[in-house]
Design a protein around this ligand. Structure first.
Ligand SMILES: [Zn+2]
Length: 1065
């Protein structure tokens, strides 16, 4: 007979249920203690330890030695393969049997030569289902292999997660046994945990909370853990409760299985290949067992790795993709950083990604998926739209330190006005577990309640992989429709976004960049990676242009499409959000540097090959070809190798700072000579002969004067630069107007050091309070010396001791005819938690400054009026930034930097940081970079700041040609409007053998403009296309006198497909 109703105390009732499911307390008598029944050891365990990541076939051939539970193995990054011989006792017929495996490190089970499941304690995967129900006739003996990587889900940090890896870490196997699994106990545990979650989450004011608690309490009353026959009564109580439906107004949660795998971070790229296999093979198992479970998988690169390393697993993924359970998302090659990659590189992320998804999975992605990236460029909406994408998902802005972003579902409008539907899962995570708490948070935190009634819920262990578990799926299935909670659907991204689109009339719009108010140090950390990225973007641009021109002019030239695809993919890989950002471990940084070296050397070979093909058949003297890869005519000083000297590839040689003890500074003056050359737009010119080197008229030569006080003045008739005896800029004058650019009483080129100690994310974060620790670096008078004494080029140089351990030397260069002064800088940097910047106080007053971004620019405030303003105390920019008032401004250009700020009238460029986690060696050592200062009249658009920044980043090339170099100049393309930049010229992807080019142009001034594109190439047909190079059916352009008319709106990017005439034979 049932006991009489009793008064219940909230807390004791709750804790009673908690103890009943506790893995810690009373497991001798509670329900949790009955999850597994009988157990027995495996028959035999043996192991083989290797520093390599061997393929299965090779690993199993090795010499395995006897091993036992409790054994240690390691060190970090090694792999221990275990052979597990097992026999299931006959008495277990009819039961569900698991291999229970617990070890440090990430494990992968192999059965019959194929991976079958990941085993990772941190990812709550510690048992492998050998059989759901052991049959009488089933084989009971088998051999498995468990491949255990000597690293955890999040690497092998020594102490805190982001600490540098401990190379000596040892790992242990603590359990390897067979056990009977009680599925009915598992189900009751799931129900009780959910009821507890509701009781706690809905709180004591809520009626449904009490119903949940009383149901759980009654389940404990009726359930005797030792007597399974009592379970169905408890099950029925739970089912009755969860079967009580909610109303029509319930919010709907779209639960999507996900597994965020950082392509490299606290582990090297090669480990990621295995992380993908471990995570996704587990997902395959979940998809098999749960036909309604859907998994969203991003990053084409990771799928490409699995394709080549685990073809069997890959075939299964494709199978589940056909069934709609495995859903490729994102459309990009990797989940790249959203700030630093160039516009063209961002386009290529989608071009490589979408083509891969189409080829391998039969369709392109319809949503951009970037849950974990540190801010999002205002050009992304346009890039997405032109790559077939209308939807965007992230959650990272929930990390904002200062301001809480006002939306979870909204339209995001980019720089050009393109719009995408954006959704941030309101639970503010991409690694949910399916708890009631998270489900409630998803509704409660939703900032667009009342506008839309749908939200995403991404579940599964992430960052280091791992992914969803069966328990998570069980929880979410149970919550499909229960009064008191939102409705939970196992859903797909497509269903989510189409539900959100249903409410689009209600949604607000956010215009401009999605700035993350955190991780602002990633614009600067790891300067060599940033430099590699910028240089390699340039090299691939130049190779594609020259190869395209060679293709157009020569029937024999084979466009290096495959090689370029390899190199692009390598560059794109390193634009992953923990690589180009510098937030990776040393091992990854070293790999990235090798990748950049590979792109540089192979890229330079391709450049020379293309240049040779471009000149073949030309009459003229053998020698050098001067190439301009930019779409406007340039007259610049170029350092040419002396006849017989080494040929130089851009950039021009810089002084050997180490040998500055030599009188006059520039030690390689013997090997090269600066010459003024004019090269037409996207074309070439013959190298000047010695006799043609001299005439400078009508240009004024550069004058260099050192005063008796040690200061130096450089003057090219356009600008006059004065440096004090320590190398600081005391004056910068536009000669024609006499206008001074440096603020009164202030000095520019002032190096400053800051203490740089963030709260936790060392490599990532620079905090606002660092600004309070500003210390100007003061030089010694008398260090400034004249280098090149004038003519086509004038230089002066100095050295500066930054601190007892770090020093800097700088060459200040002014060329004839050049509107900007360059600062070639070398730093030997040995610091801890310091931040080096250089400041230029400008004689300009404006409430906003302009910063270059992908295919355009945007303004940010120069004041700290509101919290949104001061949260942007450190921002990112690409090649230039500008502070202008009406009629005058000062622009700061750079060749490899991204961090910047403008406060008041002070323009700062962030140069070097010295964080110690997760890479203790980051940025220590020698650095070389260049920035340049350009004062101008009028607006920066009219003054040519944009082409100047391009010139600094794309030096003229002096390429050796084996045969005769052409005698005359030649131009392939030019554009009639300075507002329109022809950024990219490449062969069309779709016609790898064919004579089709793709051009990408953008409007750079922020204006509506019509222009003419001129070409000397034999163009047969011209048609507009999207970024995926698909023809616009209405985009045919008439060709008139080798000209095409184009119309642009502000910051619009257009792609053009040019079909060339058959090659001349
Ligand atoms: Zn990530």
């Amino acid at each position: 007979m049932a006991a009489a109703p009793a008064l219940k105390h909230w807390r004791t009732t709750l804790e009673r249920v908690e103890k009943f499911v506790s893995p810690l307390y009373f497991t001798d008598c509670n329900l949790r203690g009955r999850l597994f029944g009988d157990s027995c050891p495996v028959v035999e365990l043996s192991s083989f330890l290797t520093p390599e990541r061997l393929p299965y076939q090779e690993a199993v051939q090795q010499n395995f030695r006897p091993a036992q539970v409790g054994d240690s193995f390691g060190p970090t990054w090694w792999t221990c393969w275990f052979r597990v011989e097992l026999t299931i006792p006959e008495a277990w017929v009819g039961q569900e049997v698991h291999l229970r495996w617990e070890s440090d490190g990430e494990g992968l089970v192999w059965r019959d030569g194929e991976p079958v499941q990941g085993l990772t304690k941190e990812g709550e995967k510690t048992s492998y289902v050998l059989t759901d129900k052991l049959g009488e006739e089933d084989p009971r003996s088998l051999t498995l292999y468990v491949e255990v990587a000597c690293n955890g889900l999040l690497g092998a940090g020594k102490g805190p997660m982001i600490a540098a890896p401990d190379p000596e870490k040892m790992f242990q196997v603590s359990r390897a046994e067979l056990a009977v699994f009680h599925r009915d106990v598992h189900k009751l545990l799931v129900d009780l945990e959910l009821l507890l979650g509701m009781a706690k989450g809905l709180g004591e004011d809520n009626q449904r909370s009490y119903q949940a608690l009383y149901t759980a309490n009654q389940m404990v009353n009726v359930c005797d853990p030792a007597q399974p026959e009592t379970f169905p009564v408890a099950q029925a109580l739970a089912s009755k409760f969860f079967g009580q439906r909610g109303g029509e107004s319930q919010h709907t949660i779209h639960a999507l299985g996900h597994c965020h795998i950082d392509t490299a971070w606290l582990w090297p790229f090669k480990e990621t290949v295995r992380k993908c296999a471990r995570s996704w093979v587990t997902v395959v198992q979940l998809m098999e067992r749960n036909p309604e479970f859907i998994f969203a998988c991003s990053q084409a690169q990771q799928l490409a790795w699995v394709k080549s390393h685990y073809p069997g697993l890959y075939a299964r993924l494709q199978e589940f993709a056909c069934r709609g359970q495995f859903v490729p998302v994102g459309g990009t090659w990797v989940e790249m950083d959203g700030n630093l990659p160039s516009g063209e590189a961002m386009v290529r992320q989608f071009l490589q990604g979408q083509n891969f998804f189409l080829q391998e999975f039969g369709k392109m992605c319809s949503e951009f998926w970037l849950p974990d990236t540190f801010g999002y460029s205002a050009q992304l909406p346009q890039i997405m739209r032109s790559c077939g994408i209308r939807h965007f998902l992230t959650q990272k802005l929930s990390w904002n330190l200062v301001n809480s972003f006002p939306h979870h579902t909204f339209f995001w409008e980019g720089l050009d006005g393109s719009r995408v539907l954006a959704h941030f899962p309101p639970g503010d995570s991409y690694g949910m577990q399916g708890s009631v708490e998270e489900v409630l948070k998803t509704v409660a935190k939703n900032r667009d309640k009342g506008r839309t009634n749908h939200s995403a819920f991404l579940f599964g262990f992430g960052d280091g992989g791992g992914g969803p578990t069966q328990t998570m799926v069980d929880r979410l299935k149970r919550l499909c429709n229960t009064d008191g909670l939102p409705r939970v659907q196992l859903s797909s991204p497509e269903r989510l976004f189409s539900a959100l689109e249903g409410h689009s009339g209600q949604l607000c719009t956010w215009v401009g960049e999605l700035f993350l108010e955190l991780h602002n140090g990633t614009y600067t950390t790891h300067a060599q990676i940033k430099k590699g990225n910028r240089e390699c973007e340039r090299i691939l641009h130049d190779v594609e242009l020259l190869s395209s021109l060679a293709l157009a002019r020569s029937a024999q030239f084979p466009y290096p499409a495959t090689q370029l695809q390899d190199l692009w993919r390598l560059l794109l890989l390193n634009q992953f959000h923990d690589v180009v950002t510098g937030s990776c471990i040393q091992l990854v940084a070293e790999e990235a540097m090798c990748h950049y070296e590979d792109i540089r050397s192979r890229g330079n070979t391709l450049l020379i090959t293309a240049a040779a093909a471009l000149c073949s058949g030309e009459p003229g003297p053998e020698g050098l070809l001067i190439v301009n890869t930019l779409p406007w005519k340039r007259t610049e000083v170029l350092t040419l190798p002396r006849p017989g000297g080494a040929h130089c590839l851009a950039p021009p040689p810089r002084p050997e700072y180490g040998s500055w003890k030599v009188e006059g500074g520039c030690a390689d003056a013997q090997a090269s000579s600066p010459a003024l050359v004019t090269v037409p737009s996207m074309g070439y010119a013959p190298a000047p002969t010695p006799t043609s080197l001299q005439p400078l008229l009508p240009q004024q030569p550069v004058f260099v004067v050192q005063e008796t006080d040690g200061s130096v003045t450089l003057d090219n008739g356009i600008i006059r630069v004065r440096l004090d005896p320590t190398g600081r800029l005391t004056s910068l004058v536009l000669v024609a107007s006499g206008r001074e650019a440096i603020a009164e009483g202030a000095v520019g080129n002032q190096f400053v050091l800051f203490d740089d100690v963030p709260l936790y994310w060392d490599a990532w974060d620079v905090m606002d309070y660092h600004l309070e620790t500003r210390k100007p670096v003061l030089g010694q008078a008398g260090t400034l010396a004249v280098g090149t004494e004038g003519g086509v080029r004038g230089t002066t140089w100095f050295q500066l001791q930054i601190s007892p351990n770090s020093r800097l030397s700088q060459e200040v260069v002014l060329d004839v005819g050049c509107p900007y002064v360059r600062f070639h800088t070398e730093v030997h940097w040995h610091e801890a938690h310091k931040f080096l910047k250089v400041e230029f106080p400008a004689r300009v007053r404006s409430p906003q400054a302009t910063f270059e971004v992908q295919f355009g620019h945007l303004q940010r405030p120069t004041h700290y009026n509101t919290s949104w303003d001061w949260a942007r105390f450190e921002v990112w920019a690409h090649r230039w930034m500008d502070l202008s008032e009406h009629g005058f401004g000062l622009a700061l250009l750079n060749d490899c930097k991204y961090g910047a700020s403008v406060r008041g009238g002070v323009i700062s460029l962030s140069l070097l940081r010295a964080p110690k986690s997760p890479d203790a060696t980051v940025d220590m050592g020698r650095h070389e970079f260049t920035y340049a200062l350009m004062p101008h009249n009028g607006s920066f658009q009219d003054a040519g700041v944009i082409p100047a920044a391009y010139s600094l980043n794309f030096p003229l090339l002096a390429l050796p040609v084996p045969g005769p170099a052409p005698a005359a100049s030649w131009s392939a393309f030019s554009v009639s409007s300075p507002a329109v930049v022809l950024e990219t010229v490449k062969q069309a992807e779709t016609s790898l053998q064919g004579r089709k080019l793709v051009l990408r142009l953008y409007e750079a001034h922020g204006s509506h403009v019509d222009c003419w594109l001129h070409t000397s190439l034999p163009v047969q047909e011209a048609v507009l296309c999207d970024f995926l190079e698909r023809r616009d059916p209405a985009g045919r352009l008439p060709l008139q006198d080798r000209r095409l008319k184009l119309s642009f709106s502000p910051f619009q990017v257009q792609s053009l497909l040019l079909v060339l005439q058959p090659a001349p034979s």
